[in-house]
Design a protein around this ligand. Sequence first.
Ligand SMILES: C[S@@+](CC[C@H](N)C(=O)[O-])C[C@H]1O[C@@H](n2cnc3c(N)ncnc32)[C@H](O)[C@@H]1O
Length: 235
Amino acid sequence: MKFSKSAAYDPEFVRANMMGPNSMKTLEELAGYMNFKPGMRVLDLGCGTGLTSIFLAREFGVTVFATDLWVSATENYERFLSMGVADRVIPIHAEAHDLPYAEAYFDAAVSIDAFHYFGHEADYLDKHLAPLIKPGGQIAVAVPGFIEEYGENIPMDISPYVKPEYNFHSCNWWQSLWEKSPLVKNTVSRSLECCAEAWADWLASYNPYAISDREMMKAEGGRFFNLVGMTAERV
Ligand SMILES: C[S@@+](CC[C@H](N)C(=O)[O-])C[C@H]1O[C@@H](n2cnc3c(N)ncnc32)[C@H](O)[C@@H]1O
């Protein structure tokens, strides 16, 4: 797959702000299943350093509420100013179970490489995320996961690195979870094509976590990992 939009960003800026597999490329692919229109209000949940928030504002002309726990609103605001998007990207420091937004406030929500930290909980989607989206609005999530579902029996080659509590699951696992929700419909869960490339970009960065992930990815050898991309519509 060609990432013509992501390719327009300074690779050094992207590398310096990555927190996992290349989130811009992941979002560019996932956005192919969505319908963003200028002026829409979009929640970017677990935005980290806000690479995806910057991408959404610049590429689609939407207003983004860049929401994160580990990265402060002040740090993100400075980045948004430096990237010339501070008028359209609002930095918010919040916990995913205590989001400070009105119900039906957003036209869409995206969450890249963050939803597995909280969204694996059976009631998370219905209790915390879906109510914030307008009827007919879009929800898109990408999470690291597995090609097959292993439950507690993670294959030996990767079990030293990936624990069950990391909440890595298959496309089918996530699909079943969302299909139980009365608040969303038309759920589709698919393996994202960008998986290998997004991971390779992360491993090539100088982030200490990326450096320590290199050993895990060598053991994984392209056999188990997946990037699960889910989309659904708010009822
Ligand atoms: C691996 S980073 C990914 C960041 C960014 N989306 C990206 O792809 O580069 C995971 C992000 O999830 C956020 N996160 C994890 N648990 C959270 C929670 N309970 N509430 C809000 N954000 C959370 C963290 O703050 C962190 O920035």
